[in-house]
Design a binder for this molecule. Structure first.
Ligand code: IVH
Length: 673
């Protein structure tokens, strides 16, 4: 028994870490890595362990708290924090209809009154609380950690349909109303389409898009995101209404958007029928829902049934599983990326899934293919999880054709024929022929020119042609292109050649962080490049950095450290860097030529201290772009101190003593708006 308890303790602690990690991915970064269903499985397992073995409960267990959308202390604060008058709780949820009958039993046990339930859509967006005083909207606050949220009033004012002042003053005028801010499928698709064109990261789903848009620093930007809202509860109104249904009817009349799919029932059987209808009909809705919410209608009965620390006992959410469809696997392609990683991609018989036609799905890697034991022609289940690309989650073995052949992961690169290799602890296969594999070379050339990298105005087809003509074999060759060569290309004239040469010339002004990202070092994405630049300042410092020195940088782990050292130990890469340096690219922070955007900060001097949502160097370069001057020490002639998180108290003290104006990050951006 002792042994098994210690195993359970270990399991519980692993579950807690996993759940906290997923909570942060979901609420803070708006980038979930697992589906709600998978998340709930983890939470339910932990709840089961804790309720059976209360000695294993910890005070900080995620079963005691609701997830939090607040950034932690080491990240910058962008919004005022506001405490909620009553906590914004979560809902206990289930995927099992029998549990709705059990819920009904529990409610009936707690009261002798007759019971009616409301049943409403569980909109998949992000929660908001609005405070009205004297019939005027005074504050809009996110759920935050349930007790304290972020003040997003200026952003919420931009959302259509939110009454800024009530015309009817006969009902409640001082109250709180809570609801869900969401994005319709149509707005979500439009937004992602625009982001794809600008090569910006896509949102995984409308919920993340809504949560991200609500927390933009510029309310004007929120306005362009077409957010919508539906309200689902009114608080502090018991003197006006006896139940939830009537309160929402009033809210609707007072001008608040309330779903017209709200229904009231006298028994749980009718509630379950209604839920079953919606399980089938939900695809017809223009916005996403992830389930249905059942609530005890009467406020007096709600009070009798009560709350746990995390959710009301008088409500329950019945959640729908992620939308899943079946289709047929036609074939598997093996794509070689610019870093040499080989990814299996399934070609599917086109099928409609959550509003879009799916033709391809990721199979991730060989392990995943083996786990599914995938055969060509199989009937497969496809699901949209947190990721944009749908995934194959299962195979219907009963439908497998006897002659179906196993999909076999190749042992040679499908492009250049080199034997593939695997790196320890990584599930992927790589083609090691980095300087000779055409797919890798073309991938690197294209990546180098992309908007977040060198932003060179050239298309994929032109790169392909230049590669075939042997004009381009490495990224350094871009800067040796001549006008004569360009004029030899299909359909190229003087004007198009000059345009590309101008764009290449302009790319020499790209900051070091973009150049480093453009090199295409495996595992060095946009953010890691920024982090490395901030910590090492120049390419020479990076080339000379040991794995240990790289690991000293917070957020740099072994995978990145190994990859960086490995990249710079290759003489081919060093000679490419040498040629790019000679061409005049920025390889250090100091050599960056910042270009002037305005004179708004002319004659003003700034001291920048603490942590911000962007790097300090970036902030300093923005000051320079607006003609301001950066100084390192506070003196009587310093115009402003921009104070970030965790700045030293001594600097703050000195600034106060010398009467220097102190700005938050937001104040600063207001200054240059
Ligand atoms: S009632 C104390 N009703 O679901 C009860 N919540 O998983 C508070 N949600 O944080 C919630 N639609 O953001 C309620 N019709 C609805 C809802 C709804 C969506 C969200 C809400 C809540 C989350 C709980």
């Amino acid at each position: 028994m002792k042994g098994s308890i210690s195993k359970l303790r270990e399991r519980a602690s692993w579950l807690r870490e996993e759940i906290n990690r997923h909570n942060r991915a979901y609420y803070v970064f708006n980038k979930p890595v697992v589906s709600d269903f998978e998340f709930d499985l983890l939470l339910h397992e932990l709840q089961a362990i804790e309720s059976k073995y209360p000695q294993l409960v910890t005070s900080d267990s995620p079963t005691r708290r609701v997830g939090s959308d607040l950034k932690n202390e080491s990240q910058s604060r962008e919004f005022e924090r506001v405490p909620h008058k009553t906590p914004m709780l979560s809902l206990s949820n289930t995927y099992n209809k029998n549990e709705l009958f059990a819920f009904d039993q529990r409610v009936r046990k707690a009261t002798s009154n007759s019971i009616s339930y409301t049943c409403e859509l569980k909109i998949d967006g992000t929660a908001i609380s609005l405070i009205y005083e004297n019939a005027k909207l005074i504050k809009a606050v996110t759920r935050g950690d349930g007790s304290i949220g972020d003040d997003v009033t200026s952003n919420v004012r931009q959302i259509k349909g939110i009454p800024l002042e009530l015309s009817d003053k006969k009902g409640p005028t001082d109250f709180e109303i809570r609801g869900e801010i969401y994005m319709s499928w149509e707005s979500f698709d439009k937004l992602n389409h625009k982001r794809a064109e600008k090569e910006e990261p896509l949102f995984a789903n409308p919920r993340n898009a809504a949560a991200g848009s609500l927390k933009l620093l510029d309310p004007g930007a929120t306005k362009t995101r077409s957010l919508s809202v539906l309200f689902y509860s009114v608080s502090n109104c018991e003197e006006f209404f006896r139940d939830h249904y009537n309160a929402l009817q009033w809210a609707m009349k007072a001008g608040f958007p309330v779903s017209d799919h709200l229904r009231k029932f006298d028994n749980i059987e009718d509630v379950v029928d209604f839920i079953e209808d919606w399980e089938l009909k939900r695809a017809e809705l223009p916005f996403p829902i992830d389930g249905m919410v059942v609530k005890v209608n009467d406020y007096s009965v709600q009070n009798q049934v009560g709350f746990t620390s995390k959710f009301p006992r008088w409500a329950v959410a019945y959640k729908f599983k992620a939308q899943r469809v079946t289709t047929n696997l036609i074939s598997v392609d093996y794509q070689v990326g610019r870093t040499g990683a080989v990814t299996p991609v399934a070609n599917l018989k086109p099928v409609l899934l959550a509003g879009t036609v799916v033709k391809r799905a990721s199979l991730h890697n060989e392990d995943q293919m083996n786990l599914l034991d995938i055969h060509i022609g199989d009937t497969v289940y496809v699901e949209k999880g947190g990721e944009i690309i749908p995934k194959i989650v299962d195979v219907d073995l009963s439908k497998r054709n006897k002659e179906a052949v196993h999909a076999v992961f190749p042992d040679k690169c499908p492009d250049c024929g080199t034997s593939l290799m695997k790196i320890e602890n990584e599930a992927r296969h790589y083609c090691p022929n980095s300087s000779g594999c055409p797919m890798q070379i073309k991938g690197r050339l294209l990546h180098f020119t992309s908007r977040k990298a060198m932003n060179i105005l050239i298309g994929e087809a032109t790169i392909e042609q230049m590669f075939n003509l042997k004009y381009l074999n490495s990224i350094a060759d871009f800067y040796s292109l001549s006008k004569e060569q360009l004029l030899e290309l299909d359909g190229w004239k003087e004007k198009s050649a000059e345009r590309l040469l101008k764009s290449l010339e302009e790319s020499k002004n790209r900051p070091f962080e973009n150049v480093l990202f453009a090199l295409g070092i495996r595992h060095v994405g946009e953010n890691t490049a920024k982090l490395l630049v901030r910590n090492f300042q120049s390419i020479d410092n990076l080339i000379n950095a040991s794995e240990e020195q790289l690991l000293e940088v917070p957020d740099i782990g072994e995978t990145v450290a190994f990859s960086v050292v490995n990249y710079f130990s290759d003489n081919v890469n060093l000679s490419i860097i040498k040629r790019l340096k000679t061409a005049g690219l920025n390889f250090s922070v100091r050599s960056e030529k910042s270009f002037i955007k305005s004179e708004k900060l002319k004659d003003l001097s700034f001291v920048v201290s603490g942590l911000f949502s962007i790097s300090r160097d970036k902030l300093k370069s923005i000051i320079e772009q607006h003609s301001g001057k950066n100084v390192s020490n506070i003196t009587g002639s310093t115009s402003y101190l921009i104070a970030g998180d965790k700045m030293g108290p001594a600097k703050l003290e000195k600034a106060k003593k010398l009467n220097i104006n102190i700005l938050s990050e937001k104040d600063f951006f207001d200054l240059i708006k």
